[in-house]
Design a protein around this ligand. Sequence first.
Ligand code: PRP
Ligand code: URA
Length: 209
Amino acid sequence: MSQVFVIDHPLIQHKLTFIRDKRTGSKDFRELVDEVATLMAYEVTRDLVLEDVQVETPIGIANTKVISGKKVGIVAILRAGLGMVDGILKLIPAAKVGHIGIYRDPKTLKPIDYYCKLPTDVSERDLIVVDPMLATGGSANAAIRFLKQRGARNIKLMVLIAAPEGIAAVQRENPDVDIYTAAIDQCLNDHGYIVPGLGDAGDRLFGTK
Ligand code: PRP
Ligand code: URA
């Protein structure tokens, strides 16, 4: 069974309050999502493997460390996942970025895919799949399925808000994928929106309705 990490750092929780607030407009919403993505990336990358190196300082030789081994890939679930990419790239500027276009059919809530462009070497990368919302889990599972079909084996899912239903769905279909979230909310409403959540993440990021 995968693990679920709730990242409860005070800075993240503080900013998430303003992200949730319906009075927050698109400009501030975008900036806050970007900042929280950076802060969450710090935790999500906590287990990156280090290797020993030596560098010469102006005073002497330091036995020190650099990140070794596999490279990182960020995979945004369009649209709303786009809002989290730059925040992670601030910490991992060499990461490659993939995009998977998926939207939920408003009636069935089933994921509909319309785009996929990934780094060619996804199988060799530590992948972080990003989307602000994990509601039914249909979109995240569809994205992870795409990645696994292309050989990806090392996948983490990073969201801002998760519903218990979405966590259960991802754990059922992808027990190897750990989930990182800033909050676990109560439930889904009849339209598949997270309660209390933050509303429609894509619309709030991009000012659409
Ligand atoms: C939202 C959100 C997730 C999905 C979550 O996208 O960004 O991708 O819903 O719901 P699920 O867990 O039930 O699949 P949406 O379908 O609104 O598409 P958009 O980002 O293009 O607006
Ligand atoms: N997608 C969103 O943008 N918000 C939700 O609450 C659920 C799905």
